[in-house]
Design a protein around this ligand. Sequence first.
Ligand code: DX5
Ligand code: ZN
Length: 221
Amino acid sequence: MRVAIAPSVLSADFARLGEQVHDCELAGADRLHIDVMDGHFVPNLSMGPAIVASLRRATRLPLEVHLMVERPAQFFQPFAASGANSLIAHVEVTDDPRPWFDEIRRLGCHVGLAIHPQTPVERVSPYLKDLEVALCMTVVPGYAGQVFLPGSVQRIRQLREEIDRLNPSCELEVDGGINLNTGADAVSAGANVLVAATSIFQAPQGPAAAVREFLHRFRGG
Ligand code: DX5
Ligand code: ZN
């Protein structure tokens, strides 16, 4: 299975964002991951549509927006209009995410559903057949730089088994504490998209070299 690398700009140097994103693109990153936080669903604040609009002008990479917010639907249109390619909202903030899917597709974006590490995997099962991406959080969302939760491996396996059965074209993305080692555990368990903030943007060797190391490790390039 081809593994895609998605640098998360949450750990970038925002004064040099364009340059760092350009470095990731040239190094071969597959997409950019943009973490949106509202201070309610998670305790932290981060980015809004203005950053996505700036990134849209700075890179040709697909932009995926991870909405860690209590009311994601009110932000679908502004992020789509800013140039997002995928919108990923959390299953925990709704009783039924299906109305989101139609709206996101109407806006021309791919549909993603994210699951918090403390939420039973069964909670996303009914929707897997409708998704382009299932995002398995591997830390409690809110901050970059946390440690990959080891219990994630079994959750990834379970999701992979269900995705293979219900919708094999759905991507299985992991997010939180991903580096070359935890990424390898996640890929062995069935993940095919790796999100990484700290291990790319805070890498001593710089983001371009870090992306190349991920590609070398997971695609043999
Ligand atoms: C966590 C965010 C992640 C975060 C990952 O709340 O959803 O995307 O940026 O950061 P690292 O890779 O540092 O764990
Ligand atoms: Zn994220």
